[in-house]
Write a protein that binds this ligand. Structure first.
Ligand SMILES: [Fe+2]
Ligand SMILES: [Fe+2]
Length: 194
């Protein structure tokens, strides 16, 4: 197996191999919250991820309601713009803190962490590209709204495709990151990265 983080690209993987998530079998997800080392940081990490998933779901529901005609253009714009901006800011801010503050500490816990956290950091770059594509498509959609008709339909489908891809990449990344971060916190204790 290659040691290169590009060997497990976010777009095509269906989880991390046991060689990278080497603590996953020792700390299976259903047992996390009952473990004596499960603390505030692990709980906060999972809560942030749950809230990012929820924000993504809400955006997809709003777009679906607009497509089905349950929301008309003005109501869609009012619901969509602030939620979309909050989602992207939350996501980008979370990844910046991980890259700068937390991932270096996890890498320092054990040399075997290096590969996994390099991979998560390369996920962040790919997701950032998907964020920019989705943002551009969202701007085109909002610009098209006053014109109505087929201009809106085309822009909405462009936005939907871009954001669907972003949310799929994010879902895979969040799950894989949890498989690395939470077992590491349980193994080494939260003070090791606090
Ligand atoms: Fe991340
Ligand atoms: Fe994260």
């Amino acid at each position: 197996m290659s040691d290169d983080s590009t060997a497990w690209p976010l777009e095509s993987r269906s989880g991390l191999p046991g060689t990278i998530a080497y603590l996953r079998d020792t700390y299976p997800a259903p047992t996390w919250r009952a473990h004596r080392n499960f603390g505030e940081l692990a709980a906060f990490w999972l809560q942030v991820h749950a809230s990012l998933r929820d924000q993504g779901n809400q955006l997809q529901q709003i777009t679906q309601a607009f497509r089905e005609g349950t929301l008309e253009a003005n109501a869609f714009q009012q619901a969509f713009v602030p939620r979309f901006n909050q989602f992207l800011q939350h996501l980008e801010g979370h990844h910046q803190i991980e890259d700068s503050a937390y991932f270096p500490k996890f890498r320092a816990l054990d040399p075997r962490m290096q590969h996994g956290f390099d991979l998560l950091e390369s996920d962040h770059h790919l997701i950032h590209g998907a964020v920019l594509t989705s943002l551009d498509a969202a701007r085109q959609l909002v610009t098209a709204l006053p014109r109505g008709g087929s201009a809106v339909e085309a822009a909405r489908e462009g936005y939907s495709d871009a954001t669907e891809r972003l949310i799929q990449l994010l879902a895979r990344h969040l799950a894989d990151e949890e498989d690395l971060v939470i077992p590491a916190l349980l193994q080494h204790g939260e003070r090791s990265v606090g």
